[in-house]
Ligand binder design. Structure first.
Ligand code: NAI
Ligand code: MG
Length: 355
């Protein structure tokens, strides 16, 4: 089974953690009888912008649109390019043009990782956030009238389409159905946001009828954030609109220790376009070039990618290897209180992969 992967390291620590992800993918391929062909691209980076005056070449869609997946590091170097230019010129284009309408983020407390939630042990925190990734609150519909006057008015609309809401809910219910607990939680705010959010609730209830074996509930986003901190063991699959999902999918990993280990999949489930796998963190300019970045987020993203490519056994082996290595203090990077370099941690995980 040959998988063709577009590799885009981007900026900062993206260039340090992506090679560790590739190292682990090679080890997984050798162990599980599959193969990778990697095509490396230097665009979607601020270096590229400085040379070419744009984040990506005009034909970027043709260059990477035919690959089976995109393996992405991180983009952003605010010293040279403003963040909204680098992000909207690259990652946001991928998500929208490739219709990656699911942003999937596993939240899991790993052995050996200190959590800010007192008394929690691995097993207590093990859930997914499924975030709508293409519409909702993040629309470009709106504008400003009477700018820079006392009569200034600023409007930005939320867009929910039946197709857009139903397809992400279906993905979340299907995921819940495959899991042991078969439990879905919906994030809402239908008491305050009185048009779109009641619609979201209505579609959740309608979708639930198709999945009678999944038990489901809903919470308003405000109390839901409190429950994430106080009762993380309540959750299994949490589905949310674009804005609420954005917030929950940073809060979740924060509850499990370091942002350095969290992965994300930007997924087009129909596979009409390539999906993109990346760590949750950014380019970390404050530690870039020091070879101390934690590569686990990138490596776990590789596991999500393996799963998406139909290599479920290899994906599970990568997650097991991450758990094995994190349990051993000598391979922890500085953000976890250790002294290992990025490559030492990555090598240890690659070596720990077994059937
Ligand atoms: P960041 O995630 O890059 O860094 C936040 C803090 O976490 C920093 O102190 C950093 O050192 C630490 N950190 C992050 N990843 C780490 C790792 N793997 N190991 C150890 N420590 C780690 O977020 P920040 O500082 O807000 O943004 C920096 C740049 O990254 C900006 O240009 C921003 O736009 C971009 N960014 C890009 C993202 C992406 O490509 N998906 C996501 C978030 C930010
Ligand atoms: Mg975010």
């Amino acid at each position: 089974n040959l998988h063709r992967i577009a590799v885009i390291p981007g900026d900062g620590i993206g260039k340090e953690v992506v090679p560790e992800g590739l190292r682990v993918l090679e080890a997984a391929a050798a162990t599980f009888d599959c193969a990778f062909h990697f095509d490396h691209f230097d665009f979607a980076s601020c270096d590229y912008y400085q040379q070419h005056g744009e984040m990506m070449p005009g034909d970027w869609k043709a260059l990477i649109g035919g690959h089976d997946a995109i393996f992405f590091g991180a983009v952003g170097w605010p010293e040279t390019v403003p963040d909204h230019v680098s992000l909207w010129g690259s990652l946001i284009q991928f998500r929208r043009e490739f219709d990656q309408y699911v942003n999937l983020r596993p939240v899991r407390l790993m052995p050996g990782v200190p959590t800010p939630l007192a008394g929690r042990v691995p097993g207590d925190i093990d859930f997914y956030v499924v975030r709508e990734n293409t519409e909702g609150e993040y629309s470009s519909i709106g504008g400003r009238i009477f700018p820079d006057t006392e009569r200034e008015v600023v409007i930005q609309e939320t867009v929910m389409t039946r197709v857009g809401v139903d397809r992400v809910l279906r993905y979340a219910f299907e995921l819940a159905q495959r899991r042991e607990k078969k439990h879905l939680t919906s994030a809402t705010k239908s008491n305050g946001i009185s048009i779109t959010m009641p619609y979201w609730d209505e579609r959740v209830a309608a979708m639930a009828a198709d999945y009678p074996d999944v038990c489901w509930d809903k919470y308003h986003i405000d109390i839901l954030t409190a429950h994430f901190v106080q009762h993380p063991d309540w959750f299994d699959v949490v589905v949310a609109s674009n804005l609420f999902g954005d917030i929950l999918s940073d809060l979740g990993p924060a509850c499990t220790g370091t942002i350095g280990i969290a992965p994300a999949g930007n997924i087009n489930p129909e596979r009409r376009f390539p999906s993109l796998f990346e760590p949750v963190h950014g380019s970390a300019p404050d530690i870039a070039g020091q070879h101390i970045a934690n590569p686990v987020g990138q490596i776990w993203a590789a596991a999500l990618m393996l799963d998406h490519l139909g290599e479920g056994r290899a994906a599970a082996a990568v997650v097991r290897a991450i758990e094995d290595v994190l349990a051993r203090p000598e391979y922890r990077t500085r953000d976890l209180g250790g002294e290992a370099s990025t490559a030492e941690c990555g090598k240890a995980i690659a070596d720990a992969i077994c059937v």
